[in-house]
Design a protein around this ligand. Structure first.
Ligand SMILES: [Zn+2]
Ligand SMILES: [Zn+2]
Length: 370
């Protein structure tokens, strides 16, 4: 099959046609990937922000059709349409049973570049290829754990469904699950890429009054308005902390989301929230980013809260249907997130577009709609 392969940090992705895929093992299924979003985290693996072994098939936001099931698979059958989850959810471990399935204990570090046991079902030229987050949706097919695939109705277009797998679950989930947004709140969103836009539409669904989008690209601020931002700030022109404070009598935002992953913008988020306000960390920082917080003022006298947000604090088993329902009722924009549909060999251009801030999402279409 064909797949886009990363061979080393900062190398352009190579499209290979010789990738061999082994049959699914016990508890695994083979999925024909119909569509895959190109996410900033794929780029972050390429540039080393997220260190993963190479060669690797990237891609962790996809949807497709189950074609073959391994031994012991009971919840999926060939022909099922599925959204792929980059966090497997076993439903049985401590985290799954305590309301935090996005931290499922089956999803350990080795699953970041292979399947649950760290092995992979892919080879190219006889050498093993890693697969990102038990998935690897930049390949036309993927062997994935049964517990990484969520069945969806057949009539949901798979390009739309693909986006749910990372950007929508993460962004909308950050607003609806992780944060505590009240009706009428002022919400600041720092970083308006694919995930940031979803935080914005999630904040709107949660009933936020003012939604302030902050980004250095005017093109992204324009998209932010389409997804529900009521105010926009370009920090290249306007200092955001005082501009946000000026929107509500100098207090600051009730909730601020950092969707970039930089120490400086995390500081900015902390300064942008009012006393008692909440900061939600959504962006993916480099592993060496450390925070330096004033304990007395941040946490005691000003009683601010910092919340980590992994995968939108989602339970994919209930949140995927919930998000599809919001989409069907016209409350969640999904088609509008797709700026471009591309072939897999155009993925390097999709990375360049992402860096230039000109797209919400590029979606790789491996095959026509099922
Ligand atoms: Zn992603
Ligand atoms: Zn679990």
């Amino acid at each position: 099959m064909r797949a886009a392969v990363l061979t080393g940090v900062d190398a352009p992705l190579e499209t290979r046609d010789d990738v061999e895929i082994a049959p699914p093992g016990p508890g695994e299924v083979r999925v024909r990937v119909v569509a895959s979003g190109v996410c900033h985290s794929d780029l972050s693996v390429q540039n080393g922000t997220i260190p993963l072994p190479t060669p690797i098939v990237l891609g962790h936001e996809g949807a497709g059709v189950v074609e073959e099931i391994g031994e012991g698979v009971t919840t999926l059958a060939p022909g099922d349409h599925v959204v792929l989850s980059f966090v497997p959810v076993c439903g049985e471990c401590y985290q799954c049973l305590h309301g935090q399935p996005f931290l499922c204990e089956r999803s350990r570090a080795q699953a970041a570049a292979g399947l649950l046991d760290g092995t992979t079902r892919l080879t190219s030229g006889g050498a093993p290829l890693h697969q990102m987050a038990c998935l690897g949706t930049f390949g036309e097919q993927a062997i994935v754990p049964e517990i990484s695939a969520v069945k969806i109705p057949d009539d949901v277009p798979l390009d739309v469904a693909a986006l749910i797998g990372c950007g929508v679950l993460t962004g909308v989930g950050a607003a609806l699950n992780t944060a505590d947004i009240h009706e009428g709140d002022t919400v600041a969103v720092i970083g308006c890429g694919g995930v940031g836009l979803n935080v914005i539409q999630g904040a709107k669904i949660a009933g936020a009054g003012k939604i302030v989008a902050i980004d250095l690209f005017d093109s992204k601020l324009e998209m932010a308005r389409e997804f529900g931002a009521t105010h926009t700030i370009n920090p290249g022109e306007t200092e955001p902390v005082s501009a946000i404070a000026a929107l509500n009598d100098g207090r600051g935002a009730d909730v601020a989301f950092e969707v970039i992953g930089l120490g400086a913008t995390i500081d900015q988020a902390l300064n942008a929230v009012r006393p008692g306000g909440e900061v939600v960390l959504v962006g993916v920082p480099r592993l060496d980013v450390m925070l330096s917080l004033n304990a007395a003022f941040t946490f005691l006298y000003l009683a601010k809260t910092v919340k980590g947000c992994w995968y939108g604090s989602s339970d994919v088993r209930t949140d995927v249907p919930k998000l599809l329902d919001l989409w069907q009722r016209g409350e969640l924009k999904l088609e509008e997130l797709i700026s471009k549909e591309i072939a897999v060999d155009q993925v390097n251009e999709a990375f360049a577009d992402m860096l230039a801030g000109t797209v919400a999402r590029s979606v790789i279409r491996h095959a026509p709609e099922a």
